[in-house]
Ligand binder design. Structure first.
Ligand SMILES: Cc1cc2nc3c(=O)[nH]c(=O)nc-3n(C[C@H](O)[C@H](O)[C@H](O)COP(=O)(O)OP(=O)(O)OC[C@H]3O[C@@H](n4cnc5c(N)ncnc54)[C@H](O)[C@@H]3O)c2cc1C
Length: 370
């Protein structure tokens, strides 16, 4: 069934995914309304740790339609540069963006379309919904025996900002990906740190033949490979490295051990059966999609959306953006989300017939709060 486009398409979330979705929706003549829980349409970037720099150079870190900018396109921008870029990007879109509005539920309507409920008390009829609410709000912590009796500090890396509070402490960082190793490396000059991983770390060189890896991902098309192909090439979490992390581990500056098996009341039990007193454990063990508001649709399976390439397999007119490996290796990145946005919005537009010509609905915008 096809819905009528006199109603807006609701985009849930005003991060890079929501903004890319808004731009793509505008380009096909849909009426996007972005509902964003935060006060500033920069997604979760301000909440990432202070020392974060992008894995990709500025030239490969832009959303569609606006270059990242700055003097050196080969630099790796800081977190705050990304925040400033997204703010500029949101400002450049002629889109209806409503901030400080959290979507609390999406209900199906008899026949077609959706009713979107918000924490401001609005009930908004929608021709379609683009779930672009990220995963940072849903950090994943693995269940380990004894955790409930452990008296030390257990944190997800989502709540880590800087190393100083850990000065002089015995800390374990769990994980083998970029966040885990970046944070462990930064902590190593303040605390006694061990990186705990299930498998050996798989290093991927940041530079190959004098060019950043992202250049090669781009020119070879690897960036666009679907998960099924890529996981045959890369089996474990891979760590982008200029050589600094490999050297830190090889020199013993940063210790690595096989993942511990359980907590004790004051520490952990290592895989070899020995136990050790530990002050804090930081889990860099990933995130899960943050989609509770879709529960009324019954479309989630153990919290994960039922979808193919970002298009719901259960609900016509419902699409997703920013899921990890949604279509490719780069789906959940600044450089990749624009490609996915074009695809899911094209799928959505097919469900929403007779889209109002762009010229007309630009004059019908709801008040914008930024
Ligand atoms: C530590 C870290 C480092 C990363 N480094 C890189 C990197 O170097 N390069 C790169 O390209 N990518 C990187 N990423 C991955 C990715 O680009 C970011 O996670 C990015 O922020 C994802 O954007 P998003 O818009 O999908 O989600 P988010 O940035 O999380 O934005 C979603 C927004 O939706 C809002 N929201 C959530 N629920 C609701 C609701 N119910 N109603 C309304 N609003 C809601 C939230 O407030 C949030 O601001 C990194 C991720 C992390 C965690």
């Amino acid at each position: 069934m096809v819905t009528t486009s006199s109603e807006p398409v609701i985009i849930v979330g005003g991060g890079q995914s929501g903004l890319a979705a808004a731009r793509a929706a505008l380009s096909v003549g849909l009426r996007p309304v972005v509902l964003h829980a935060g006060v500033d349409t920069v997604g979760s970037w301000p909440d990432y740790y202070d020392s974060l720099t992008l894995f990709s150079p500025a030239r490969y870190s832009a959303l569609p339609g606006m270059a990242f900018g700055g003097a050196d396109p080969d630099r790796h921008p800081t977190r705050d540069e990304v925040v400033a870029y997204l703010r500029r990007y949101a400002g450049s879109l002629d889109a209806n963006i409503r901030t400080s509005v959290r979507v609390t539920a999406v209900h199906p309507r008899p026949g077609t379309g959706y009713m979107v409920s918000t924490d401001t008390g609005d009930e908004i009829p929608a021709a379609g919904v683009i779930a672009a609410s990220g995963s940072f709000g849903n950090p994943h912590l693995p269940l380990l025996p004894g955790r409930e009796n452990y008296a030390g500090q257990v944190r997800h890396v989502a709540h880590y900002r800087r190393p100083e509070p850990y000065a002089g402490k015995r800390v374990i960082v769990v994980g083998a990906g970029n966040s885990a190793v970046q944070v462990a490396h930064e902590l190593a000059s303040h605390a006694n740190v061990t990186l705990a991983t299930r498998a050996p770390i798989q290093f991927v060189p940041q530079r190959i033949r004098g060019r950043d890896l992202h250049h090669w991902l781009h020119v070879t098309g690897t960036d666009r490979l679907p998960r099924a192909v890529l996981t045959r090439l890369v089996r474990h979490a891979a760590l982008l490295d200029t050589g600094v992390y490999r050297e830190a581990i090889a020199s013993g500056l940063l210790a690595r051990r096989e993942m511990f098996t359980a907590f004790t009341p004051d520490g952990v039990v290592w895989a070899d059966g020995s136990s050790e007193v530990v002050d804090a454990v930081i889990f860099a063990t990933g995130y899960r999609p943050n989609l509770d508001y879709l529960a009324p649709l019954g479309t989630l399976e153990r919290g994960m959306p039922r979808q193919v390439a970002g298009v719901s397999t259960t609900h016509p007119g419902l699409v997703y953006l920013g899921l990890e490996f949604q279509r490719s290796f780069s789906s959940n990145t600044l450089r990749g989300v624009g490609r996915d946005a074009a695809c899911v919005v094209a799928a959505l537009a097919e469900r929403v017939s007779g889209a109002t010509p762009r010229r007309r609905w630009l004059t019908e915008r709801l008040p914008v709060r930024r």
